[in-house]
Ligand binder design. Structure first.
Ligand SMILES: [Mg+2]
Length: 269
């Protein structure tokens, strides 16, 4: 993994060579700083402006792919003309594109039930936030005291273990969060694939450079697909961190800097 701006001459050239740049970004920890409570994750004004300006450039196709519910991510980003993928891509919406995974609906009733049990189980436990996002459920424990963590993990395990064994759900671990989703072979990588195939006409695809920026484990699937397309995969993280991404940036602030630089290229500057 190389620091993105160390290789800027090469990337700048690559971008100028292609007529279409598809830039897909994760939201939390990529476009916003990581915060203690998910509802507080807000894009800076500068980030919002940088994204909004890029959407206006014909050369760029922009999208946000998040673990959040589609409605939530749309409201938070609040920019027209963007592709939005919610719940890791179970639901995707953009200009001329609408997709809901056919099996996801069926399994939401199972998730409702688990969500109710989790709410009850963690009601009296300080710092645990159970977030029901429709097609996925997250249990955040960033605010939980260290001594209580084993209890959080074992309670969580005992609640999800049955449904998981029956093949109804999958669980994954992110940054201080347990996540539950329907057991469908679906991830951010498949979402990226679907967006490219359904959204980009064949004649534009040949001239396409896909770029993906993300900070978490669920973004690794997207990096893999981007690499297969010969695109630019960027981890927001640390040098030497285990990732299949080809490049890294240190912070969401640097993502903002990248968006501004891309805009300048779009101007022919
Ligand atoms: Mg993230």
């Amino acid at each position: 993994m190389e620091y993105l701006f160390n290789d800027w001459v090469y990337i700048d050239k690559k971008i100028r060579e292609r007529r279409n740049i598809m830039l897909l970004c994760d939201y939390d920890g990529t476009l916003t700083p990581i915060v203690d409570r998910p509802e507080l994750a807000v894009m800076s004004e500068g980030m919002h402006k940088a994204l909004d300006r890029l959407v206006g450039r014909k050369q760029f196709i922009l999208g946000v792919i998040s673990g959040r519910a589609l409605a939530d991510i749309k409201e938070r980003v609040n920019i027209n003309g963007l592709i939005y993928a919610g719940n890791h891509g179970f639901e995707i919406e953009g200009p001329g594109l609408k997709f809901i995974h056919p099996l996801a609906d069926e399994l939401t009733s199972v998730l409702r039930l688990i969500s109710q049990v989790l709410h009850k189980a963690f009601k009296n436990m300080r710092g645990v936030i159970v977030e029901d996002k429709g097609m996925t459920v997250s249990v955040h424990y960033r605010l939980v005291a260290d001594a209580q963590l084993p209890e959080v993990h074992s309670k969580f395990e005992s609640i999800v273990t049955g449904a998981r064994a029956m093949g109804k759900i999958r669980t994954t671990d992110g940054k201080k969060v347990h996540e539950i989703r329907p057991a469908i072979a679906w991830d951010k990588g498949k979402a990226v694939n679907l967006i490219i195939e359904k959204y980009i006409p064949q004649q534009r695809r040949n001239n396409l450079l896909p770029v993906y920026i993300g900070d978490d484990r669920t973004d690794e699937d997207a990096f893999k697909v981007i690499n297969q397309y010969g695109g630019i995969s960027i981890l927001v993280g640390r040098e030497g961190q285990a990732s299949v991404a080809k490049y890294y940036l240190n912070s969401p602030e640097e993502v903002g800097t990248l968006l501004v630089e891309l805009y300048k290229i779009g101007l022919g500057g």
